[in-house]
Design a protein around this ligand. Sequence first.
Ligand code: SF4
Ligand code: SF4
Length: 740
Amino acid sequence: MMAVRFILGLLLTVVCLGIAGRRLMFLYRLGRTAQPLQGDRRPDTGAAVKAELLEVAGQRKLLRWTVPGVAHFAVFWGFMVLLFTVLEAFGGLVNSRFQIPFFGNWAWFGFVEDLFAMLCVAAIAAFVAIRIKEAPAGLGRRSRFFGSHLGPAWFVLFMIFNVVWTLLAYRGASINAQRVNELAGTPDAPLKFLQGAFASQWFASLFHPLGESTNEILETVLLLLSLAVLLGFTIFVTYSKHLHIFLSIPNVAFARRPRALGALQPVYSGGKKVDFEDPGDDDLMGVGKIEDFTWKGLLDFGTCTECGRCQSQCPAWNTDKPLSPKVLMMTLRDHALAKAPYLLATKEAPEGTEPTGIPEAAATEAEKPLVGPMGDESARVDEHGVSGEGVVPFDMLWSCTTCGACVEQCPVDIEHVDHIVDMRRYQVLMESAFPEEAGIMLRNLEHAGDPWGLGASMRLEWAEPLDFEVRVFGAAGEDQIPDDVDYLYWVGCAGALDDTAKRTARAVATLLHEAGVEFMVLGEGETCTGDPARRMGHEFLFQMLAMQNVETLNEVGAKRIVVTCAHCYNTLANEYPQVGGHYEVVHHTTLLARLVAEKRLTPVARVDASVTYHDPCYLGRHNRIFAAPREVLGAVPGATLTEMPRTRERSFCCGAGGARMWMDETLGTRINQNRADEAIETSASLVTAACPFCITMLSDGVAQRQQEGRAVGVEVTDVAEVLLRSIRPDLADAAAAVPD
Ligand code: SF4
Ligand code: SF4
């Protein structure tokens, strides 16, 4: 019996691992057809180890979703512990009394193994309940599983269950076989650990009536069955989305740290940064083909678990637009696999020879443009997947607000925003293909230095209603920012040129003045930071504006900069270091919170109002500034803060990011309306934010409801204006005034 067991087990193992290994080798070769990782992007070992402990072992992001998180935690650790049982099973091929050395024969060890096996079963039951409750058949697009491969997901649950019960049943038969041996007076190595294995004991009691010899045969049959199930499952994993079991480990290790939010990466070609002042003829300008992604990109696509957490948070998806970050990842993965024979044949053909043996399907796939044409009527994202002339429909690519909700949620650290922007870069720089209306904004940036095309001469008008003088760099003949100036106040295009945002600019200036903070502005020396150009993919224009601003800032000796715009903050603090600009940048809410804490600003007047606060994506998720705006509001007497259901890391975008502010929103429902409605539902009379673009979007949403007779008396304003009403109510009206 032992010989049969050994030969069949060995055969099974060699064949199955051979098939799985062949698949893994194929995937490795496919990864080698991609671009190298950006040259200066190497994982920091300490950060990678910490991330593995937190994200993989600790399942940190998964546990944010309590029930599915706990269930996944149980399956993950259940499988980790089951690996010991698997080891025992392989050992059982050569020795029916095999035990893991040292602790393997302790009774408690058998108990722990069975306990985790049962936790796995309980978790599978929870997953079944979740999948039924959240089935796309009932919830449609509102299901986070909409668009996922549902059949394989059910099969995986079935297979995990089979792995668990066959292992336990084998151990049950082993217990009976051991008893037989003990009765025969040959207990040469009593398997004590099975005494604590309560679930295996249950199987043993089930099989016991079958008698001695049947249990011995059953032990061998169940051992081979459990190995067949396990090895078959391993093969299935390598061909399915469950490959994340293995791929999540390198994907987490090589992810951008602390997260793929904040700064966008510069454009890289072949692992080297593209020099936009002197680009090479062969430089890749973004991603135009699947093989233009780095291998980390392909790893991202392959690691997607199809859990739909990203999709459930995506503002585009939640307002019925044709973008789901999950479906995007799945689509790119499916395309890479379909094109793989073409890519491998091309890459591996000897130099000077034509690639041969490319299957027709792969050749056809290779001809598909990565991004479909604008106005493609055949482009769809529905329960059957994605269709259209391109792999990624045009509207899917351009619906993204770069809010980062997907990156924030993804349990395996996939970098959706980077991939979306890389594809946009190719579309803009190489194909000149982007939503037409955004072209006006790009032209304005190029010619006037601001998105509205108003020009530098109007950049100081915002300060005219103030009853104190705002110091402007150069006005007193200085060629460096004087030492008595605490901050350079970066007013931003909106603060200087948009009527609503000018109110915030004045409120902040007034508060700084009241607190005795010396500040200076650049006036006509400021141009747009380049944020909308960069998020649209126009890296060339971004580089131009960024270099111009950095040159100015370095020339004037700027060190500490205060900004009132979340996008300016992100660009100045996180992206300008890429072009030689290193400054201490502070958002106005952080500075105001500090001034209040230091008692340099003392809110005294009551602002009796129910207030809600909207976390701007580029302040909150991208830059983790959650507390300061709340501290400012919390310091205002009379103001009571009521949070919206989607808040802080889970804040819902206002719809303006990713240069969407400058594009028509013709598909689905309006993102800003969705968010404004959520704010209105808190019954707040003051809806606050800390970014001029959020204020504009929320104001539009509230105004729409007011036209319908709802949200009467609701006002949208910046956190700074609320503080000013409490500190100098007499000046608040002047700050809010719109000059003729
Ligand atoms: S960044 Fe925001 S809008 Fe874009 S795909 Fe992710 S969640 Fe959706
Ligand atoms: S991208 Fe991440 S969050 Fe979205 S479905 Fe895939 S694994 Fe889940």
